[in-house]
Design a protein around this ligand. Structure first.
Ligand SMILES: [Zn+2]
Length: 355
């Protein structure tokens, strides 16, 4: 059972996720655990995960789940979506049905309260949040750089579909789409997968981001990211490359070495509404960024994530993808001050990634 706790000192929400103690431990030292022999995300092993929520064929079309008597899928899928077996928030069952307008609370679904409740000097909440895993290949591959063209396109179609579905879910105030790749990035299974978490609360961090965006928009009549992008294109030194719909850049105040953004050139294009051309370009650029990082840094662990404003506040925001190769760790100064020390200038990182 998960517990959502609020710390009034730092203003942070924390999920105390008790059920995650049972998570797969593939990356613990071999002497401490038995290596998993069956990968739950490989094609043919579908019975090892919760039942399929959605499957996509290699042309991007949605497929009906048709499991055999063992729970394995009959048909060859390209991307497959399953509920997260080890969810961080408490589980919300059947959020698709709820999004579709079910009037009566569904059995097993906790009632949603909109406010946190006092717990001594603290606050807590037991809000549910939908969570899914998106498996982008039936092949056992360890990085997004190994995805085929077709798999990539289908993956980004699936990402868009599932984000749209989460937007329509009343309990999700914000959605975070991300990938943890390799052990240092927090992956507990090596077969690559994306996670999509619908958060029932909007963190202070996100609220401040929305507020900064709104202030900039009011003052300058363009989004903050549009202003930054214009300046970066003039400066050139941190630009890795530009394409029709997106620009790849190492941000001016990078907190980590080789931090990379993929920013849409047109801030009015929402990922949720993006057409196939835009989606495909983003898919190929994402793989390209990871290939460049793997070449420059000898296949590091990495995270990438999609920054989006909370649902209902997206008009004032500018979404983008961010990549974090894990080459450094937070130490005392970073943990105590939230000011980060980055030993590699983004200008130098961009130069290395361009070549
Ligand atoms: Zn696998």
């Amino acid at each position: 059972m998960s517990d959502l706790r609020f710390d009034p000192v730092s203003g942070h929400w924390t999920v105390i996720a008790g059920n995650r103690n049972d998570r797969p431990v593939e990356f613990l030292p071999l002497e401490r655990v038995q290596k998993r022999l069956i990968c739950p995300f490989c094609g043919g092993n579908e019975q090892e995960t919760p039942p399929t929520k959605m499957m996509y064929a290699s042309d991007g079309s949605q497929m009906e789940s048709s499991p055999d008597e063992n729970g394995n899928e009959h048909d060859r899928w390209s991307s497959r979506v399953v509920p997260n077996k080890y969810s961080a928030f408490c589980e919300l069952k059947n959020f698709d049905e709820r999004a579709a307008g079910a009037e009566e609370p569904l059995e097993g679904v906790p009632e949603v309260s909109t406010s946190k409740v006092a717990h001594g000097p603290y606050f807590r909440s037991a809000l549910p949040g939908p969570q899914e895993i998106i498996i982008p290949s039936r092949r056992h591959i360890l990085s997004m750089s190994s995805l085929y063209d077709d798999e990539l396109k289908v993956l980004f179609r699936a990402n868009q579909d599932r984000l749209q579905s989460m937007r329509d879910c009343e309990t999700a105030k914000h959605a975070m789409l991300f990938m943890n790749c390799r052990s240092e990035a927090g992956a507990s299974l090596e077969h690559i997968h994306l996670q999509l978490i619908g958060s029932p609360v909007v963190s202070e961090h996100l609220k401040r981001r929305v507020e900064r965006n709104r202030l900039h928009l009011d003052t300058h009549k363009e989004s903050l990211m549009a202003s930054l992008l214009k300046w970066e294109i003039e400066q050139e030194s941190r630009i890795i490359y530009q394409a029709k719909y997106f620009t790849v850049v190492c941000p001016f105040a990078s907190r980590f070495p080789f931090q990379v953004w993929i920013v849409p050139n047109d801030p009015s294009v929402s990922f949720l509404e993006a057409d196939e051309d835009v989606r495909d370009e983003l898919a190929f650029m994402s793989r390209d960024v990871i290939r460049r990082l793997e070449e420059a840094l000898d296949s590091p662990s990495y995270n990438f994530l999609m920054h989006m404003a909370p649902f209902g506040q997206m008009a004032a925001d500018h979404w983008y993808l961010e990549f974090f190769p894990r080459t450094t760790r937070a130490a005392g100064f970073e943990l105590g001050t939230d000011i980060w020390v980055n030993p590699i200038a983004p200008e130098l990182a961009a130069k290395r990634l361009r070549s």
